[in-house]
Ligand binder design. Structure first.
Ligand code: SF4
Ligand code: SF4
Length: 454
């Protein structure tokens, strides 16, 4: 059986896993945003002047969909205020002046042998350690796993890492294979399933061989080699490639009995449970043609992008844009002062060579965008109705089912800004829905008030 999905593209992968992991010296000040996850933002637990230890919890929110944040260095809190966030806007952040002592906080002890076999104890630790989807989605992992218990019979670990440039997952497999297998085993136990399927693209054959040599079956894991194709790493594609099940438009993997957890998330879970270490660092690929010396850097959460660039020897050409994540699905950062967060797998400094912007593109009706869409959508028509602001037809062509993989834009010879348009269209739909909801609520409140008067 060929493990892949319909559609997709083959970009130039530009990967450099041969660059070994280097430890990025933490910056003089780290900026820890209170929002590093989907869900309720954390509230700061510290004040200006407080001394914090490395790994100390400095922000939390008791809401179920949230994840605490921790200090990535030890030192003095010098500001608690809104700072530029990598996803845009100014977000409440705790700024810590690094004392370069890395004095550890020992609030989280490693779990005991017994706890390492207990779903509830593992889930509690995942939450306390602030683990979120580190493939970029940043959904709180404990909540995700808990929601799947009893519904999910197939646990899939995402080892595709199909985005160009990014190497963090591949290097985690090569450098920490045993820890990674133990992390996956923990996710399997927490999910209450007997087996986990680890989908890895065949361009990481060295990692597949290494992991297989460690007898993954001992941990209840089967390695599933996958065809190399973008966007293999998207959750819906992983589900389809590994199980043959199809997540319908608007659906989620748990709707077809699957849960997908990323490689780096499993490794973070290993660290949280076996080492008592919260999420305070991750491997970040720092690359792009503007940069002097790309690195795969073990980087503390809260490291500003400008500082990261300095650690790579600075720029050889002026960067035109900073892309967070990979070039296909990544988003543009607007400030060098914004820091990396838990979900930042890559920071790419691109010049105009990579930024192939066309001033007034014209569609030539070639249909190449349709052939590659893994969601069976028709991007050419979606774009046409988006340009006209025609909500009815945008809905008819299922524009909200687009998950912004960028395959259509990549394959478009006219360089139509398809993905950007669909991102904007989805935001427009969201705004429209919120407006309609607010209107309906106001009308209901007015009707209730009128009835109360009578
Ligand atoms: S329409 Fe959306 S899902 Fe389909 S290829 Fe384009 S970006 Fe990807
Ligand atoms: S690939 Fe580009 S040019 Fe071709 S139909 Fe689609 S939008 Fe038009």
């Amino acid at each position: 059986m060929s493990h892949t999905f319909k559609g997709g593209v083959h970009p130039n992968y530009m990967k450099a896993p041969e660059i070994p992991i280097s430890v990025i010296t933490p910056p003089p000040q780290v900026i820890i945003p209170m929002t590093q996850h989907i869900g309720a933002p954390c509230k700061p637990l510290v004040q200006v002047g407080d001394y914090v230890k490395m790994g100390q919890k400095i922000g939390e929110n008791p809401a179920p969909v949230s994840a605490p944040v921790h200090a990535s260095v030890s030192g003095k809190v010098v500001a608690v205020e809104p700072r530029p966030h990598p996803l845009g806007d100014m977000i409440m952040s705790v700024v810590i002046e690094n004392d370069y002592q890395d004095t550890p906080c020992e609030d989280l002890a490693p779990l005991t042998e017994e706890q390492l076999k207990d779903s509830e104890a593992i889930l509690e630790r995942i939450r306390e350690a602030g683990v979120v989807g580190m493939g970029g989605a940043m959904f709180p992992t404990a909540f995700k796993i808990r929601g799947g218990i009893g519904k999910v019979d197939k646990l899939i670990i995402n080892g595709a890492e199909c985005e160009p440039y990014l190497n963090g997952d591949h290097l985690t497999m090569l450098n920490y294979p045993e820890q990674l297998l133990k992390g996956i085993e923990l996710v399997r136990i927490a999910s209450c399933v007997d087996k986990a399927y680890y989908g890895i693209e065949k361009n990481k054959q060295d990692a597949i061989d290494l992991l297989n040599s460690l007898h993954p079956e001992k941990y209840g894991i089967e390695i599933v080699p996958e065809e190399v194709k973008y966007p293999q790493g998207a959750e819906k594609m992983q589900v389809n490639a590994v199980t043959g099940r199809e997540v319908k438009p608007g659906g989620i993997p748990s709707g077809v009995g699957c849960n997908v957890v990323s490689t780096r998330t499993c490794y973070a879970i290993y660290q949280a449970c076996y080492e008592g270490k919260p999420v305070i660092e991750r491997i970040v690929t720092v690359a792009g043609s503007a940069l002097k010396a790309p690195v795969n850097g073990l980087t503390r959460v809260g490291t500003p992008f400008g500082y990261l660039a300095e650690q790579c020897g600075g720029f050889v050409k002026p960067p035109r844009k900073i892309v967070l994540g990979g070039p296909m699905m990544g988003i543009c950062a607007t400030s060098f002062d914004a820091p990396n967060i838990k979900g930042t797998a890559g920071v790419l400094f691109f010049t105009e060579e990579e930024d192939k912007h066309v001033e007034h593109p014209t569609c030539i009706r070639c249909g190449k965008c349709i052939t590659v869409c893994p969601m069976n959508l028709e991007p050419v028509f979606m774009y046409m109705y988006y340009s006209k602001g025609d909500f009815e037809n945008m809905a008819k062509y299922h524009i909200t089912d687009c998950f912004e993989c960028g395959s259509c834009a990549f394959n478009c010879p006219a360089r139509m800004p398809l993905t950007h348009a669909f991102k904007t269209a989805k935001l427009m739909f969201q705004a429209k829905q919120m407006k309609e909801k607010a209107k309906a609520e106001a009308e209901a409140a007015a009707a209730a008030a009128k009835e109360a008067k009578q």
